[in-house]
Design a protein around this ligand. Sequence first.
Ligand SMILES: *Cc1c(COP(=O)(O)O)cnc(C)c1O
Length: 477
Amino acid sequence: MEHADEFRKYAHKLVDWIADYFENIEKYPVKSNIEPGDVFRQIPASAPEEPESTDELLADFEKIILPGITHWQSPNFYAYFPANSSYPSVLGEMLTAALGAQCMKWETSPAATELEEAVMNWLRKMTGLPEYFTGVIQDSASTATLCAILTAREKFTSFHVNHDGFDRQPVMRVYCSTEAHSSVEKAVKIAGIGKTNLVKIPVDDAYRLIPEKLEEAIINDIQSGYRPLCTVAALGTTSSTAVDPLEEIGLICSKYNIWLHVDAAFAGSALILPECRWIITGIERVDSFVFNPHKWLFTNFDCSAYFVKDTEALINTFKLVPEYLKSQLHEHVNDFSNWGIQLGRRFRALKLWFVIRAFGLNGMQKRLREHILFAGNVKKWIDQDQNFEILAPVNFNLVCFRFHPEAIHDEEDLNRLNENLLKELNRTGKLYVSHTKLAGKYTLRMVIAQTYVKEQHVNDAWKIICEKSEEVYQNFK
Ligand SMILES: *Cc1c(COP(=O)(O)O)cnc(C)c1O
């Protein structure tokens, strides 16, 4: 494809394809059920020597790729946390792809930097985060958490590790709860701190970090000659959206001069609802904060909002300006490549800008409130049904539950029964739920957060869950 004419023809066709896809998305099985190797086997072992036609490309996309796609944008997708998108987000991404701008420095596309500054200010205000936070878009929460730990490491060693390595440094310790996301452990490994120096603090019966246990661990570590570096508090854990008690954790971190990073990857979006701001009581002691508009704010992957208090420490951790990147302006503008790990950066602010403007704050709030309400309905149905039980507090829009018929008492049996149920539910293709383990119990997770999910979808999903559980139970006995 070399000419604009041809591009125009196929681009129009594709836009129609995309619109049809969204309109008909419920006709596809939500979870792809192909076998390992099914796609790989259909791709030639070597790249083509000669150009192939666009018709062939698109035909193969439908024939080979589409069956291997799990439809994350289906309103019947209730698994994991969503990676939700929306019409305005797709439009923004189209333009980002068309511009193909590499936005590493202000100069390489001033609008990208300045729009990022502006929309991050919007987000900060929309979520009620403090004014002294400065925002930057990272590719993912995992990267943002790594940035936080690296910045803490550098700030507390006066940039010694960046300069000389770990030579003559005390062993550093990082704290999080046993329910924290695996990205914390990954970050500690990459940052050279070592995963044995990640201290996992026990949780209470609502899966929240126990502050007294945190302080105990810190005191023990100090007595043993370690350097407590950073605590990662979770506002909305991945298993059950448990909310760590930020205020108590903040007091402990201030007392021992420890960096406090907040991982609110999923639930942070709920801060656009004033009634959910109780989760950030104590935010004034937080050093850095991440949440993902690419999870629950209608902006397609990737787009992680990272906020920091000490911008200077962040920039001093990452800044490198080789001769070929020097410019006369760099003292006066933000070069966001110095605010994180990547040099090259996509223009992610554009889709976020489109999304926020197209929905408006009210439009976003309305959808989030609906999601929370629908999850409340599911909880209510479970509470009223003797064959099901809720396994964790429903803080937002994630319902953790299991099928528990009265006749079955053995925990192993219950685990197996629910594992079967999950498999059968997802095999229907009519919905997709995922699982976790809470206190050893096999737990079904149903997250209601899809951009275009309606009450009817949730009603239908619950009906399927009831039917399938009966079926699975009959076959289990
Ligand atoms: C999803 C999730 C992450 C990881 O997010 P990425 O953006 O995919 O790196 C981290 N922490 C929590 C609590 C999450 O739910």
